[in-house]
Ligand binder design. Structure first.
Ligand code: AMP
Ligand code: MN
Ligand code: MN
Ligand code: MN
Length: 296
Protein backbone atom coordinates (compact mmCIF):
# COMPACT_ATOMS: atom_id res chain seq x y z
CA UNK A 1 0.00 0.00 0.00
CA UNK A 2 2.81 2.40 0.88
CA UNK A 3 4.70 2.14 -2.42
CA UNK A 4 2.04 3.36 -4.85
CA UNK A 5 0.98 6.21 -2.52
CA UNK A 6 4.53 7.60 -2.52
CA UNK A 7 4.65 7.24 -6.29
CA UNK A 8 1.48 9.31 -6.72
CA UNK A 9 2.88 12.08 -4.51
CA UNK A 10 6.12 12.23 -6.48
CA UNK A 11 4.19 12.38 -9.76
CA UNK A 12 2.40 15.52 -8.56
CA UNK A 13 5.57 17.31 -7.54
CA UNK A 14 6.39 20.32 -9.68
CA UNK A 15 9.81 21.88 -9.14
CA UNK A 16 10.62 25.24 -10.71
CA UNK A 17 13.28 27.88 -10.24
CA UNK A 18 13.07 31.37 -11.71
CA UNK A 19 15.93 33.04 -9.85
CA UNK A 20 19.49 31.65 -9.99
CA UNK A 21 23.02 32.96 -10.55
CA UNK A 22 25.98 31.55 -12.45
CA UNK A 23 29.64 32.45 -12.78
CA UNK A 24 28.57 35.02 -15.40
CA UNK A 25 27.67 37.31 -12.47
CA UNK A 26 28.29 36.49 -8.80
CA UNK A 27 27.41 32.79 -8.70
CA UNK A 28 29.98 30.05 -8.17
CA UNK A 29 28.90 27.51 -10.80
CA UNK A 30 29.40 27.54 -14.54
CA UNK A 31 26.08 27.83 -16.39
CA UNK A 32 26.25 24.15 -17.39
CA UNK A 33 26.98 23.01 -13.83
CA UNK A 34 24.00 25.11 -12.73
CA UNK A 35 21.80 23.35 -15.29
CA UNK A 36 23.08 20.00 -14.02
CA UNK A 37 22.08 20.95 -10.46
CA UNK A 38 18.64 21.98 -11.71
CA UNK A 39 18.29 18.68 -13.51
CA UNK A 40 19.22 16.63 -10.46
CA UNK A 41 16.79 18.65 -8.34
CA UNK A 42 14.00 17.66 -10.75
CA UNK A 43 13.44 21.18 -12.09
CA UNK A 44 11.18 21.35 -15.15
CA UNK A 45 10.95 25.13 -15.59
CA UNK A 46 14.10 27.12 -15.10
CA UNK A 47 15.81 30.47 -15.55
CA UNK A 48 19.36 31.70 -15.02
CA UNK A 49 18.92 35.27 -13.83
CA UNK A 50 22.41 36.69 -13.55
CA UNK A 51 22.86 40.31 -12.49
CA UNK A 52 22.74 42.56 -15.56
CA UNK A 53 24.09 40.01 -18.05
CA UNK A 54 22.78 37.32 -20.39
CA UNK A 55 26.21 35.73 -20.92
CA UNK A 56 25.44 32.65 -18.79
CA UNK A 57 22.08 32.07 -20.44
CA UNK A 58 23.48 32.64 -23.93
CA UNK A 59 26.29 30.15 -23.33
CA UNK A 60 23.97 27.18 -22.70
CA UNK A 61 20.56 28.08 -24.10
CA UNK A 62 20.72 25.55 -26.92
CA UNK A 63 22.20 22.68 -24.90
CA UNK A 64 20.16 19.47 -24.49
CA UNK A 65 20.17 19.96 -20.72
CA UNK A 66 18.60 23.41 -21.17
CA UNK A 67 15.63 21.79 -22.88
CA UNK A 68 15.37 19.11 -20.20
CA UNK A 69 15.05 21.66 -17.37
CA UNK A 70 12.74 23.92 -19.43
CA UNK A 71 15.16 26.84 -19.60
CA UNK A 72 13.73 30.21 -20.58
CA UNK A 73 15.50 33.55 -20.91
CA UNK A 74 16.14 35.36 -17.63
CA UNK A 75 18.03 38.22 -16.03
CA UNK A 76 18.06 40.21 -12.76
CA UNK A 77 18.31 43.92 -13.53
CA UNK A 78 19.53 46.55 -11.06
CA UNK A 79 17.59 49.80 -10.85
CA UNK A 80 16.56 52.54 -8.47
CA UNK A 81 13.23 53.57 -7.04
CA UNK A 82 13.26 56.68 -4.85
CA UNK A 83 16.69 56.26 -3.27
CA UNK A 84 16.43 52.48 -2.95
CA UNK A 85 18.33 49.96 -5.12
CA UNK A 86 15.77 47.50 -6.46
CA UNK A 87 16.19 44.24 -8.38
CA UNK A 88 13.75 43.35 -11.14
CA UNK A 89 13.83 39.87 -12.66
CA UNK A 90 12.92 39.59 -16.32
CA UNK A 91 11.70 36.31 -17.79
CA UNK A 92 10.73 35.08 -21.21
CA UNK A 93 11.97 38.08 -23.19
CA UNK A 94 13.60 38.10 -26.60
CA UNK A 95 17.31 38.24 -25.69
CA UNK A 96 18.28 39.77 -29.05
CA UNK A 97 15.83 42.66 -28.84
CA UNK A 98 17.24 46.19 -28.87
CA UNK A 99 15.36 47.00 -25.67
CA UNK A 100 17.13 44.31 -23.65
CA UNK A 101 20.58 44.59 -25.23
CA UNK A 102 20.69 48.35 -24.74
CA UNK A 103 19.60 48.29 -21.08
CA UNK A 104 22.24 45.60 -20.41
CA UNK A 105 24.87 47.71 -22.15
CA UNK A 106 23.87 50.66 -20.00
CA UNK A 107 23.99 48.53 -16.84
CA UNK A 108 27.38 47.07 -17.77
CA UNK A 109 28.78 50.61 -18.11
CA UNK A 110 27.09 51.56 -14.84
CA UNK A 111 28.76 48.62 -13.08
CA UNK A 112 32.18 49.62 -14.40
CA UNK A 113 31.66 53.25 -13.31
CA UNK A 114 30.42 52.09 -9.93
CA UNK A 115 33.43 49.81 -9.51
CA UNK A 116 35.71 52.80 -10.10
CA UNK A 117 33.81 54.81 -7.48
CA UNK A 118 33.95 51.99 -4.95
CA UNK A 119 37.71 51.62 -5.53
CA UNK A 120 38.28 55.38 -5.21
CA UNK A 121 36.36 55.45 -1.94
CA UNK A 122 38.33 52.47 -0.60
CA UNK A 123 41.54 54.20 -1.67
CA UNK A 124 40.59 57.27 0.37
CA UNK A 125 40.32 55.05 3.41
CA UNK A 126 43.75 53.57 2.77
CA UNK A 127 42.91 50.43 0.76
CA UNK A 128 44.75 50.62 -2.56
CA UNK A 129 44.46 48.50 -5.71
CA UNK A 130 40.83 47.49 -5.25
CA UNK A 131 39.77 48.11 -8.87
CA UNK A 132 42.39 45.83 -10.43
CA UNK A 133 41.90 43.39 -7.59
CA UNK A 134 38.13 43.10 -7.99
CA UNK A 135 38.53 42.92 -11.78
CA UNK A 136 40.94 40.03 -11.44
CA UNK A 137 38.47 38.18 -9.20
CA UNK A 138 35.59 38.90 -11.59
CA UNK A 139 37.52 38.09 -14.79
CA UNK A 140 34.85 37.91 -17.52
CA UNK A 141 31.93 38.05 -15.04
CA UNK A 142 29.70 41.08 -14.66
CA UNK A 143 31.57 42.95 -11.90
CA UNK A 144 29.81 43.50 -8.60
CA UNK A 145 30.29 44.06 -4.90
CA UNK A 146 30.83 40.32 -4.21
CA UNK A 147 34.04 40.51 -6.29
CA UNK A 148 35.26 43.40 -4.13
CA UNK A 149 34.32 41.38 -1.06
CA UNK A 150 36.32 38.40 -2.30
CA UNK A 151 39.35 40.58 -3.03
CA UNK A 152 39.15 42.30 0.39
CA UNK A 153 39.12 38.83 1.94
CA UNK A 154 42.04 37.58 -0.18
CA UNK A 155 44.10 40.62 0.76
CA UNK A 156 43.40 40.15 4.44
CA UNK A 157 41.50 43.43 4.87
CA UNK A 158 38.60 41.43 6.30
CA UNK A 159 38.20 37.96 7.77
CA UNK A 160 35.06 37.02 5.80
CA UNK A 161 32.81 38.12 2.94
CA UNK A 162 30.17 39.01 5.55
CA UNK A 163 32.65 41.35 7.24
CA UNK A 164 33.48 42.96 3.87
CA UNK A 165 29.79 43.82 3.46
CA UNK A 166 29.39 44.90 7.09
CA UNK A 167 32.40 47.21 6.98
CA UNK A 168 32.71 48.43 3.40
CA UNK A 169 30.09 47.29 0.93
CA UNK A 170 26.71 46.88 2.62
CA UNK A 171 23.79 49.30 2.74
CA UNK A 172 24.89 52.72 3.93
CA UNK A 173 28.60 51.87 3.71
CA UNK A 174 31.12 53.43 1.30
CA UNK A 175 30.65 50.72 -1.35
CA UNK A 176 26.89 51.27 -1.48
CA UNK A 177 26.76 53.57 -4.52
CA UNK A 178 23.21 54.24 -5.58
CA UNK A 179 23.34 56.89 -8.23
CA UNK A 180 24.36 54.86 -11.28
CA UNK A 181 21.37 52.59 -11.81
CA UNK A 182 18.60 53.35 -14.30
CA UNK A 183 15.12 53.99 -12.93
CA UNK A 184 12.77 51.11 -12.14
CA UNK A 185 10.43 52.42 -14.85
CA UNK A 186 13.20 52.11 -17.44
CA UNK A 187 14.13 48.50 -16.61
CA UNK A 188 10.50 47.37 -16.37
CA UNK A 189 9.85 49.13 -19.69
CA UNK A 190 12.84 47.41 -21.33
CA UNK A 191 11.71 43.93 -20.21
CA UNK A 192 8.16 44.58 -21.41
CA UNK A 193 9.40 46.00 -24.73
CA UNK A 194 11.45 42.82 -25.21
CA UNK A 195 8.27 40.75 -24.82
CA UNK A 196 9.10 39.52 -21.32
CA UNK A 197 7.54 39.58 -17.87
CA UNK A 198 8.96 41.90 -15.19
CA UNK A 199 9.00 40.46 -11.67
CA UNK A 200 9.71 42.32 -8.43
CA UNK A 201 12.56 40.31 -6.90
CA UNK A 202 12.79 39.54 -3.16
CA UNK A 203 10.38 42.27 -1.97
CA UNK A 204 11.28 41.75 1.70
CA UNK A 205 15.00 42.26 1.20
CA UNK A 206 14.64 46.02 0.78
CA UNK A 207 13.67 46.34 4.45
CA UNK A 208 10.90 48.83 3.65
CA UNK A 209 8.04 49.70 5.97
CA UNK A 210 4.68 48.18 4.99
CA UNK A 211 3.59 51.54 3.59
CA UNK A 212 6.73 52.01 1.49
CA UNK A 213 6.55 48.44 0.21
CA UNK A 214 2.99 49.02 -0.94
CA UNK A 215 4.07 52.28 -2.63
CA UNK A 216 6.91 50.41 -4.38
CA UNK A 217 4.61 47.66 -5.60
CA UNK A 218 2.01 50.17 -6.77
CA UNK A 219 4.62 52.08 -8.78
CA UNK A 220 5.99 48.78 -10.11
CA UNK A 221 2.53 47.73 -11.29
CA UNK A 222 1.85 51.11 -12.89
CA UNK A 223 5.23 50.88 -14.68
CA UNK A 224 4.13 47.58 -16.26
CA UNK A 225 5.49 45.11 -13.67
CA UNK A 226 3.58 41.84 -13.92
CA UNK A 227 4.67 39.53 -11.10
CA UNK A 228 5.85 39.32 -7.50
CA UNK A 229 8.48 36.92 -6.19
CA UNK A 230 6.52 35.52 -3.27
CA UNK A 231 9.25 33.02 -2.46
CA UNK A 232 12.94 33.92 -2.59
CA UNK A 233 15.51 31.55 -1.13
CA UNK A 234 14.86 30.46 2.41
CA UNK A 235 11.67 32.18 3.41
CA UNK A 236 9.02 31.43 6.02
CA UNK A 237 5.52 30.27 5.13
CA UNK A 238 4.18 33.36 6.90
CA UNK A 239 6.11 35.63 4.54
CA UNK A 240 4.98 33.57 1.54
CA UNK A 241 1.35 33.95 2.61
CA UNK A 242 1.74 37.68 3.19
CA UNK A 243 3.35 38.24 -0.19
CA UNK A 244 0.81 35.96 -1.87
CA UNK A 245 -1.95 38.22 -0.55
CA UNK A 246 -0.14 41.31 -1.81
CA UNK A 247 0.25 39.74 -5.25
CA UNK A 248 -3.42 38.89 -5.34
CA UNK A 249 -4.58 42.33 -4.28
CA UNK A 250 -2.43 44.01 -6.94
CA UNK A 251 -3.30 41.51 -9.66
CA UNK A 252 0.34 40.40 -9.89
CA UNK A 253 1.38 36.89 -10.96
CA UNK A 254 3.21 34.66 -8.48
CA UNK A 255 6.89 33.87 -9.10
CA UNK A 256 9.45 31.95 -7.06
CA UNK A 257 13.15 31.22 -7.05
CA UNK A 258 15.98 29.97 -4.89
CA UNK A 259 18.28 32.97 -5.65
CA UNK A 260 20.97 30.30 -5.64
CA UNK A 261 24.56 31.61 -5.83
CA UNK A 262 26.53 28.75 -4.29
CA UNK A 263 26.00 25.82 -1.95
CA UNK A 264 26.47 26.63 1.71
CA UNK A 265 25.09 25.27 4.93
CA UNK A 266 22.15 27.62 5.43
CA UNK A 267 21.58 28.53 1.79
CA UNK A 268 18.68 27.51 -0.42
CA UNK A 269 19.45 24.77 -2.92
CA UNK A 270 18.41 25.00 -6.58
CA UNK A 271 14.71 24.20 -7.09
CA UNK A 272 11.49 25.40 -5.49
CA UNK A 273 8.72 22.99 -4.59
CA UNK A 274 5.59 24.67 -5.98
CA UNK A 275 3.56 23.03 -3.18
CA UNK A 276 4.90 25.76 -0.93
CA UNK A 277 3.34 28.52 -3.02
CA UNK A 278 -0.04 30.08 -2.38
CA UNK A 279 -2.74 29.48 -4.94
CA UNK A 280 -2.94 32.17 -7.56
CA UNK A 281 -1.89 32.76 -11.13
CA UNK A 282 1.68 31.64 -11.61
CA UNK A 283 4.16 33.47 -13.77
CA UNK A 284 5.01 30.35 -15.76
CA UNK A 285 1.39 29.96 -16.83
CA UNK A 286 1.58 33.38 -18.47
CA UNK A 287 4.80 32.76 -20.37
CA UNK A 288 4.10 32.40 -24.07
CA UNK A 289 5.28 29.43 -26.07
CA UNK A 290 7.64 31.77 -27.96
CA UNK A 291 10.08 31.76 -25.06
CA UNK A 292 11.04 28.16 -25.74
CA UNK A 293 11.66 28.53 -29.47
CA UNK A 294 15.31 29.45 -29.00
CA UNK A 295 16.08 25.98 -27.75
CA UNK A 296 16.53 24.09 -31.00
P1 AMP B 1 25.78 44.16 -6.56
O1 AMP B 1 24.66 43.73 -7.46
O2 AMP B 1 27.10 44.17 -7.26
O3 AMP B 1 25.49 45.42 -5.84
O4 AMP B 1 25.96 43.02 -5.46
C1 AMP B 1 24.84 42.58 -4.78
C2 AMP B 1 25.03 41.10 -4.47
O5 AMP B 1 25.90 40.97 -3.37
C3 AMP B 1 23.76 40.42 -4.07
O6 AMP B 1 23.08 39.94 -5.19
C4 AMP B 1 24.25 39.30 -3.21
O7 AMP B 1 24.60 38.21 -4.02
C5 AMP B 1 25.53 39.86 -2.58
N1 AMP B 1 25.34 40.36 -1.20
C6 AMP B 1 24.61 41.43 -0.82
N2 AMP B 1 24.71 41.62 0.52
C7 AMP B 1 25.53 40.65 0.99
C8 AMP B 1 26.04 40.30 2.28
N3 AMP B 1 25.73 41.01 3.36
N4 AMP B 1 26.87 39.22 2.37
C9 AMP B 1 27.19 38.51 1.28
N5 AMP B 1 26.75 38.80 0.04
C10 AMP B 1 25.94 39.85 -0.12
MN1 MN C 1 23.99 38.27 -6.20
MN1 MN D 1 18.82 40.43 -5.96
MN1 MN E 1 19.55 37.29 -7.26
Amino acid sequence: MKGPAIEIVSLCLVIVDFHTHSLASDGALTPSDLLAQAKSAGVTRFAITDHDTLAGYEAIKTSPLAREVGLISGVELSCRWASVTIHVVGLGFNPSSDAITSIIELLTDARIERAKTIAARLERSGITGALLGAQSVAQASQIGRPHFAQWLLQEGHVASVAEAFDKYLGTGKMGDVKTFWPSMNDVVGAIAAAGGIAIMAHPLKYKLTGMKLRALLNDFTVAGGRALEVLNGRQTDTDIRRLGQMAESLGLLVSAGSDFHRSFEYGAAVGVDTERLPSGRYVWDALGENVFTEIA
